[in-house]
Design a protein around this ligand. Sequence first.
Ligand SMILES: [Zn+2]
Length: 453
Amino acid sequence: MRTRYHDATLIVHEGGRPVVREHQSIVVEGTQIAAVGSAAELARLAVDETVDSSRYLIIPGLINTHHHLFQSLTRGLKAVQSAKLFDWLTGLYQRWQHVDFVADKMAAQISIAELLLGGCTTTSDHHYLFPVGSDVRLEAVLEAAESLGIRIHACRGSMTMGQSKGGLPPDRCAEDEKNVLADCTRVLDLYHDPQRGAMRRIDLAPCAPFNVSPELLRDTATMARERRVLMHTHAAETLDEEAYCLERFKCRPMEYLRQHHWVGPDVYLAHCVCLDDSEIELLARTKTAVAHCPSSNMRLGSGIPPVRKLLDAGVTVGIGVDGSSSNDGGSLVAEMRQAMLLQRVAHGATAMTPAQAFSAATMGGAAVLNREELGNIAVGNPADLAMFRTDDIALAGLIVQDPLGALVLGQPPRPERVMVNGRLVVKDGRLTMLDQERLVAEFNSLVRKHFSS
Ligand SMILES: [Zn+2]
């Protein structure tokens, strides 16, 4: 099946920069982009279907580099609406320890649905909650992803230091280390797809330095490198974490991670708010990537990450919405705007341009996840696209000035169509694979019953 999206406005990356091209067409064949070029030229190609796209702004599908899909169960929970990270976590663990497979999967579907409806086509999910004695397994996330058609990096996360070992989570949320490693092996064997264009990859992801042991950090790194998969964790998120590391490990968080082999081009770290210059240099030198989550950092009052400095130092930076309990929303378009505005709060109006924010959410995210085939509209890439109506009220006037600026500067528009791997997963602004109203009704009933205050 060959489909031509005819005469659209595109944002593509050329020479490492996003540029706007008008009167362009894209031909999608199967799962891939078969041709991109001027509408006049591509009009000659034989196709099975032509979609008039003269009212579309088409961008590469956005890439979310950090999330905890299960957290939609407790988004907006009143008890922690104004808590900082450690208090927020402590309050939420009490609810999360009761998560089971059904709740986990439905929460993941809600979070993924929101991502897709916002134009995100690839997401990482840092799943570190496997309550002892529960039936929660990574399959909940994988099944949710498949049911909606998103491309996923499912991170097998872990927490092993419960309160009795000096950690933050209740002991019921802390797994045995041998079980963690055995399950990492199991899900890698069953589900990891190393092929170019893979819809499903498994990354290994201890939760944070303050809730797993140093041995597990090291063992996970060893396994990840033997299996050639990515490593992901939280790092330098708050001053409380910094104080915890200084007191317990006698060093700063990044030095602790370095000592346990958690730096390198196969590592991506969420947050990186509290970094000094030597830590920025360490990230740059080791090609360790950063998943920047501005809304979450603002929501929890964690601080302003030094993104301008990271970019200037050559560090790979992607954007993440973070879990739905610390953002309460999953729009990558909104997150691009927050990333840009937050740097301007710290460093003035030139600190980040709309183009830089757009790059971070597309090519930046692809680089963070080591997916060179994603993040751009180019021949041979998987067909991951988000198509916005140019007559959307949110873009009125803006679109005339600058289509790229329109996406980042204004209130976030929602795409009318979203395509992942050549399949339309959003059409007419609605999910194509699941009944949206039914999913939301069932989810609200679940939250009301088990996860509200
Ligand atoms: Zn997180």
